[in-house]
Design a protein around this ligand. Sequence first.
Ligand code: AMP
Length: 217
Amino acid sequence: MVNIILLGPPGAGKGTQARLLVERRNMVQLSTGDMLRDAKASGSPMGRRVAEVMDRGELVSDEIVIGLIGEKLAAGGGGYIFDGFPRTLAQADALARLLERVGQRLTAVIEMRVDDAALLARITGRYTCGNCGEVYHDVTRPTAVPGVCDVCGSTDLRRRADDTEESLKQRLLEYYKKTSPLVGYYYATGDLVTVDGLGEIEAVAAEIAAVLEGQGD
Ligand code: AMP
């Protein structure tokens, strides 16, 4: 089974590419950001605890996200896309242990490289469908009919509470301080592949497909 990590700063396009891989390769997207937003929306004790941290653009504790991923992996299977996880070296170590426990291993870590100037424009314009998760952008990818999802017709279009300029600054700091060391780490393990995240969605998808080619899924 192919199991990959999508690694990159906020706005690099990890979620968009993960959705395409789910659609086209039947893979399973595991986004800790989505899981945490669900917890926040449900108003559970854990959701209430993480809400403020997320809105400020800081990382939530390793313990919480490792717990969330552990629960998903316990079900067995494979074909996972880790989207937004791991974000610290401790999470990377935990992931290796969790995968080993279920007889899986990492196929590749795909670093999506983009420059910071592009990120602000991407993030401050983005919105998603609350029903089906399709991702849009005010300028580069608006819905065909304003306020209506192209894919499912829902009018529940949402912006993330942390997609503000101020929160992005903090999320970038967190990325460079805590997550970017993973680039060096996975380079050393031989798992790292870097793709140009600035291209068109389909161009990036083709680069990722080329990485997965011949990996025997
Ligand atoms: P994302 O949707 O991946 O951009 O994540 C949104 C927010 O959820 C992040 O800014 C963090 O506050 C939190 N978060 C998501 N994944 C993780 C993780 N692996 N470790 C720590 N915090 C996370």
